[in-house]
Design a protein around this ligand. Sequence first.
Ligand code: PRP
Ligand code: URA
Length: 212
Amino acid sequence: MAEPMNVHVIDHPLIQHKLTIMRMKETGTKDFRELLEEISMLMAYEITRDFPLKEVEIETPICRCKEKMLAGKKVGVVPILRAGLGMLNGVVNMIPAARVGHVGMYRDPKTLKPVEYYCKLPGDVAERTLIVVDPMLATGGSSSAALSLLKEKGAKHIILMCLVAAPEGVRVINHDHPDVPLYVAAIDEKLNDKGYIVPGLGDAGDRIFGTL
Ligand code: PRP
Ligand code: URA
C-alpha cells in the first residue's frame, strides 16, 4: 500500500480555473505570468490562515476598542531562482512587510540533480517564518536542497509553497523535511522520462520569462 502523503492541496475553484489556463500550451508569457501571480496571492491567503493573532487596543473615530492584529514571527519569502520569482509578487502583495531572500538552484538537465549557484538571505532567518516558493516540485531535488540550505543558514520555521507537484516530489519533501508543511495547488500524475511533470505545464521558468 502506498504511504500517505503529508501535503495540503489548495484546490479553490478560482485556483483550479487559473491553473488550467496556465497549463494550456497556447497561453502566452504575459497571461502565464499574471495567472501565476494571482494564484500565488490566493495560495498565500490560504497558507496564512493559521497565523497567530494578538489583541490590540486602538481608537477608531468613534471609540476605543480591542481588535486583532498579526502576532508571532515575522515573514520572509524565499523564491527558488529562477521560476520561483514568478510567485514572489503574489505573496508579497499579501504580506507587504515580508523580507525577501533568494536561493539560486537549477536542475542539471542530464542528471536532474540540483545545482546551487546563489544564496542571499535576510540576516535574521532564524527569527522568521520562511515561505519558500517554486512553481514546480518534480523530482523534489531542487526544493529539498533549498530547504537543507536554509536550515544550514539557521532557518527553523519553513513553509514550502509550490504550484504543481509530482507524487515523487511530494514523497521526497515529506521524507527529507517532515517538519516543513507543503502546500500545492495540484498533484499531477507522474514524471516523464525527462523529469517533467505529466500533464504539468512544461518548463515553468521558460514560460514565465519567455525563454522557450
Ligand atoms: C525548475 C523548477 C524547480 C525545478 C523542479 O527549475 O522551477 O526549481 O525545476 O525540478 P525538481 O523538483 O526535479 O528539482 P529549473 O531547473 O528549470 O530552473 P529555472 O527555474 O532557472 O528555470
Ligand atoms: N521543472 C519545470 O519547470 N517543469 C517540470 O515539469 C519539471 C521541472
